[in-house]
Design a protein around this ligand. Structure first.
Ligand code: ATP
Length: 940
């Protein structure tokens, strides 16, 4: 027997489970061990040693390997031909040190890649699919991987079906099974047993793993999980997701390749010049001269490439993603960290994101009179007071229809508090019913002398903006429909007024005026209707047939207070040149009233574009209009995509929120698709780049701020790294070009810095502070700058500064070298002085690099990691010039204490002088502006 042939009860019995209480948690645990996790098998990841070897394939590492070979060749020549073992040993040490560096560096990048992957995996788990399951009689949300056969699961529109299930109860349930059948049309589900040999697409009493619920809701029992599901049977092993490089990573990879080519040219040029110099001095060309020239050339090649950059970058992006998660913003790919910082438009849903989604009916209009409902929260306490004194016509039919056509419930928890379950709009109506003294369950249990049964449910969806139930009241069938008043009025024939149905024409104006009055008070409005129908229509009528010829019973006015913190976020975003747009399914007047309260618009007559107006517009009309519109009302999900495209055509970077299943295409179209972690559907979470774990708008603002901070930090360390590279190359090139004669004891072919010194600088004194820059706190005016232009390269506006600082720093290093030589110091001493001048030049410069403005614009003590990294790099660099072992290996030599003092402080001068001049110039032309006084940039 297969589950689709069996009756529901037989499936439940065979799987030893209960529809009322589900499995026990012990049984579920035992079945999980027996059946394994509910996941498709993935292919094995590469073994660690292969991943490690892969890091050795970097072009830079290959250059270093060549350097090692050359060092060995030169050592062999010294040992066996020249018979100069001490010179030979120096080359051997150099090769060992380079090898050590290669492996330490490879180990480090391997470890960094691993730990980055670990953090990302941890974040991914948070974004994983979940399922609603009944265990021990309670509904729980569990990771989808924990589902087992026999679990009772419940799904609603927008959910993924996480395992193969046999339906036990469905309400207008439709699912999309295109992944199995190729059929894009949703399939209507039912619960009866089917005959033998029915194709998958026709198994209408089954739900399949990987399908999405496009409509309605359902309750089912899991019959297969993991590789046993229909999906598992056809799925080949899932490949591990390939690392996708982010745009910055790609930019840097391109930059590194370009720099490698530049390095090759410089190396070839240097070799020629050095050989020429050797020839000039000795009159012949020896292997020794070649080896010497090669070592300068290798130092140059190493100097030209920002080797630590890729590793630092991936770590900083990962730090960023983790930082965002701490702020309740779950990022799904590192790409988005970068895009977030460039966001120029945020299009947000209203309900739940900008507002609290804690709804309360405060007013209603029914049977020709209007009322105030007192009390807040979910407790059933509050008077219902008529607006007009005197006899009121009564509103029990409105109340009854509001609570019966309703999916929500209020339950009392262990501590005696009322807790809402279900859609907040419906919850508001349940609470209103309680204040009136009626409750759906009591009515349906026939405790109130009423004989009412619900026989069909037509659940709410945001395209129809309505929901209905079909009831049988004694012998009479009725459809109860409620929804957006403007949509409902178009399907209404009559209005109940003082217990008499009057025609729509007679009553419409009064009802609309009432709706407007509610909406102007920022109330969400809902029309409640009823229609008597015959049995045939009741049982077989389509949604469209049922939801027409309605009689309006009343209008509810529901308050959904704006989240108090949003106004400040909107102000901050406006100051940051980011526009906030509200897109809502709600009424235009309500939407504008809320937008005014939140500061999204300031003009009480600001234009609101409605969905039906959007439909009448061409894409070009919308393109022209979009930059000036801040509120869209009564929109359907498909309109969102058009709004995104219109803004993107203006070159804007658009972040868009969504929660319903139909929002997924708009989220994919947006540069940053944002899903709600709590109220969002699984499908939107899947389509999103950013998931708000707390559903709050403020989290978007904080994520954008974090995106900008991370991008700023990346720019800062690139500025720092590249300046050092320019300085190193120039220090060496100045030596090659300017030192044509021996100076003192120093030969003309002696490089300004040895290859190992350059490597040290790149790996230690440069990389560590760069890494610490990744942790830097945002600059004070971060959110007072307009959004970054995504079309500009990350290096835009930095090159002048990089070259100026690099030339001065490199020049100073060369001057230190030449000065030492002219004082009669040895080659090693002169190189050591040059090395330390470079190290300290950098360590001072890093404080300048961390500001977009100047060294003086930021408090140098606020980044503790940076201070630590600088202190460590300084101490370690001084130590390698003192310790004999390193003297031997790196070619350093101890210096006098005066010289040590000089190399620590003199290299600070260029940074202070250049930064000082710039600061004075800036103050003269552009005095620093206090952030709060800066005007919001005008975008329209
Ligand atoms: P947003 O798009 O900002 O989340 P929203 O919640 O108002 O706003 P929808 O959920 O699409 O958007 O609702 C649109 C309209 O449908 C509401 O203004 C309301 O009139 C009506 N509506 C919402 N919930 C229900 C419900 N449970 N039953 C009947 N009608 C509803």
């Amino acid at each position: 027997m297969t589950p689709y042939n069996e009756h529901k009860a037989d499936v439940l019995a065979r799987l030893a489970t209960s529809r009322q209480s589900g499995l026990t948690s012990e049984e579920a645990q035992a079945r999980l061990i027996q059946h394994g996790p509910n996941a498709l098998a993935a292919s094995k990841p590469l073994p660690a040693w292969r991943q490690f070897l892969a890091t050795l394939k970097e072009p830079l590492v290959i250059i270093l390997f060549i350097a090692v070979l050359l060092a060995w060749a030169s050592a062999g020549y010294d040992f066996f031909v020249r018979n100069d073992p001490s010179h030979g040993m120096a080359a051997v040490y150099e090769s060992i040190a380079i090898l050590l560096l290669i492996f330490v560096n490879a180990g480090l990048s391997f470890w960094q890649a691993k730990s980055a992957q670990k953090s990302l995996d941890a974040l991914k788990v948070m974004a994983d699919h979940h399922a609603k399951v009944l265990r021990d009689g309670d509904w729980l949300t569990v990771p989808a991987t924990e589902l087992v056969p026999g679990d009772i699961v419940s799904v609603k529109t927008g959910d993924f079906i996480e395992a193969d299930v046999r339906w036990l109860h469905v309400a207008e349930l439709q699912t999309n099974e295109a992944h199995l059948t190729g059929e894009a049309e949703p399939v209507q589900k039912q619960t009866h047993a089917l005959g033998a040999d029915v194709q998958i697409g026709d198994r209408t009493n089954m739900g399949f793993s990987g399908a999405t619920v496009t409509h309605g809701n359902g309750l089912g029992v899991v019959v297969a999980t993991g590789m046993q599901t229909e999906l598992g049977k056809i799925a080949t092993l899932l490949d591990q997701v390939k690392d996708k490089k982010t745009p910055i990573e790609r930019t840097i990879a391109r930059l590194t390749t370009k720099l490698m080519m530049v390095a090759m040219v410089i190396v070839a040029f240097t070799l020629l010049v050095e050989l020429f110099k050797a020839y000039q001095q000795t009159g012949s060309l020896s292997f020794a001269a070649l080896a010497e020239s090669l070592s300068t050339a290798i130092a140059l090649a190493v100097a030209a490439i920002p080797d630590a950059l890729p590793a630092v970058l991936s770590i900083v992006l990962t730090i960023g993603a983790t930082m965002l998660a701490k702020n309740n913003g779950l990022i799904k790919s590192l790409n988005s960290v970068e895009t977030l910082g460039a966001t120029s438009y945020i299009a947000s849903d209203k309900t739940g994101t900008l507002t609290k989604n804690e709804m309360t009916v405060t007013r209603f209009y029914a049977n020709g009179a209007s009322y105030v409902v007192e009390g807040d929260g979910y407790e059933p306490v509050g008077e219902i007071i008529p607006d007009d004194e005197g006899d009121t016509p009564g509103f029990s039919r409105f109340m009854l229809a509001s609570v019966l056509n309703n999916e929500a419930a209020i339950q009392t928890d262990d501590e005696g508090r009322s807790r809402p379950y279900g859609n907040p709009t419906d919850v508001a109506l349940v609470v209103m019913g309680h204040k009136f003294g009626i409750d759906r369950d009591t009515i349906l249990n026939k405790d109130q002398a009423l004989d009412i049964d619900i026989i069909r449910e037509l659940p709410f969806d945001s395209d129809r903006k309505m929901m209905s139930v079909v009831i049988k009241d004694g012998d009479q069938y009725q459809v109860l429909t409620k929804g957006a008043p403007d949509v409902i009025l178009a399907k209404t024939d009559a209005i109940l007024d003082h217990d008499q149905p009057i025609t729509l024409a007679a009553g419409q104006a009064a009802v609309e005026a009432q709706v407007n009055r509610f909406a102007e008070q920022a109330l969400r409005t809902l029309a409640v209707t009823l229609r008597d129908i015959d049995e045939d229509l009741a049982l077989h009528g389509s949604t469209g047939d049922l939801e027409q010829h309605l009689t309006l019973l009343g209008i509810a006015g529901i308050i959904d207070p704006p989240r108090p913190e949003v106004r400040q976020s909107v102000t901050t975003l406006h100051q940051a040149g980011i526009q906030v747009v509200m897109i809502t399914g709600d009424h235009a007047v309500t939407a504008r009233a809320i937008a005014l309260k939140l500061g999204i618009v300031t003009d009480p007559s600001a234009r609101v574009v409605e969905g039906k107006q959007l439909e009448a517009m061409t894409d070009d009309d919308l393109f022209r209009l979009a930059p000036s519109i801040r509120v869209y009302a009564r929109v359907s999900p498909e309109h969102k995509q058009r709004i995104v495209h219109a803004l993107q055509r203006h070159g804007e970077t658009v972040a868009m929120t969504g929660d319903g299943i139909n929002d997924a295409p708009a989220l994919r179209a947006a540069d940053i698709g944002i899903a709600m972690g709590i109220n969002g559907t699984e499908v939107t979470k899947d389509a999103a780049d950013l998931i708000l774990l707390d559903d709050k708008f403020t989290t978007i603002e904080r994520s954008v701020r974090a995106g900008r901070t991370i991008f700023g930090n990346i720019k800062n360390f690139m500025r720092h790294e590249l300046t050092t590279n320019v300085a190193e190359v120039l220090a060496l090139l100045f030596g090659v070009l300017l030192m044509t004669q021996p100076v003192g004891q120093v030969a003309a072919t002696t490089p300004t810095l040895t290859a190992l010194m350059v490597l040290w600088v790149n790996m230690i004194s440069d990389a560590l502070p760069s890494f610490a820059l990744g942790y830097d706190v945002p600059e004070a005016d971060l959110m007072n700058q307009p959004p970054r232009n995504v079309k500009q390269s990350i290096l835009h506006g930095m090159l002048g500064r990089i070259f100026l600082r690099g030339i001065v720093m490199g020049g100073l290093v060369y001057v230190a070298f030449i000065w030492a030589a002219s004082q009669g110091m040895s080659g090693a001493e002169a190189q050591t002085l040059a090395f330390l001048t470079l190290v300290f030049g950098q360590l001072w410069h890093v404080f300048d690099a961390r500001s977009t403005r100047t060294l003086f614009a930021r408090n140098p003590f606020e980044n503790h990691q940076l201070l630590l990294a600088v202190a460590f790099a300084a101490a370690a660099s001084l130590l390698v010039t003192i310790m004999p072992f390193f003297n031997e290996v790196m070619g350093t030599a101890p210096l006098s204490s005066t010289l040590y003092a000089a190399v620590v402080f003199i290299p600070a001068l260029p940074t202070f002088i250049l930064s000082g001049i710039k600061e004075l110039w800036l103050r003269w032309h552009r005095p620093p502006v206090a952030p709060e006084r800066q005007a919001a940039p005008e975008h329209d």
